[in-house]
Design a protein around this ligand. Sequence first.
Ligand SMILES: Nc1ncnc2c1ncn2[C@@H]1O[C@H](COP(=O)(O)OP(=O)(O)OP(=O)(O)O)[C@@H](O)[C@H]1O
Ligand SMILES: [Mg+2]
Length: 242
Amino acid sequence: MAVETLLADDERQRLLAQYAEIAALAGGLAHEIRNPLSTINLNLELLAEDVEGNETPREHRMLQKIRAVQRECRHLEEILDEFLRFARLGEIELVDCDLNQVVRDFIEFYQPEAAQAGVEISPHLAPDLPTVRIDRALFRQALLNLALNAQQAMPKGGLLELQTRWRDGHVELHLIDNGSGMDEQTVSRIFDVFFSTKPSGSGLGLPTVRRIVEAHGGRVEVESAPARGTRFTILLPPADRV
Ligand SMILES: Nc1ncnc2c1ncn2[C@@H]1O[C@H](COP(=O)(O)OP(=O)(O)OP(=O)(O)O)[C@@H](O)[C@H]1O
Ligand SMILES: [Mg+2]
């Protein structure tokens, strides 16, 4: 048993090192692509300005094509930005926190956008939760990714419940929406990098959530039913076990 654990640990270290190298390479590549892309964008803008105003029908068609290429450029830029954020989580700074307070702060921050999208937020925060260790900025990013997914799954508005619990040695946070839900096949792919069912989704939201939560020593679970809704659960170890 001990040998097995040792080997698994060794293998894990090797994989982690390999992963870090690939992430650094991919991050570098994304960065290199971003610069020429912004030059392309700038030149397209100049081209559009040259053609714009009193265009002939031919110039009008040209302008429409330029705008279409510009939109694609912007989309690529967004994907690269998000990828860079994903690849470079960087150092995390864990501090002792009350998860309920973190959730309350998040709700305050997200409430205006939720209200605009017709999403009602309903918090159920358990009293006397053990302290957890959290990097507030990163954790907020994870919560925002989850909340935006829920919001996008409820295009006509809906209910987003945020529940905290202390169970089986974990501090849990549940985000439950009553949106479109997902079939099993979709659920099996949602943590794959670049998997998205949205026309302009980068598919990096959930892989980022998972990386952030794992960097906190936790894990993410999901349950979903088509047309019923989805529950994401973040499980964190109490501070005295990190
Ligand atoms: N709460 C949810 N309800 C229904 N489907 C969901 C939910 N959360 C995630 N999904 C599905 O998982 C996919 C992957 O989500 P993820 O956040 O990684 O990428 P995305 O939202 O498509 O793009 P983005 O990078 O902009 O977040 C989504 O495209 C969607 O199909
Ligand atoms: Mg998303």
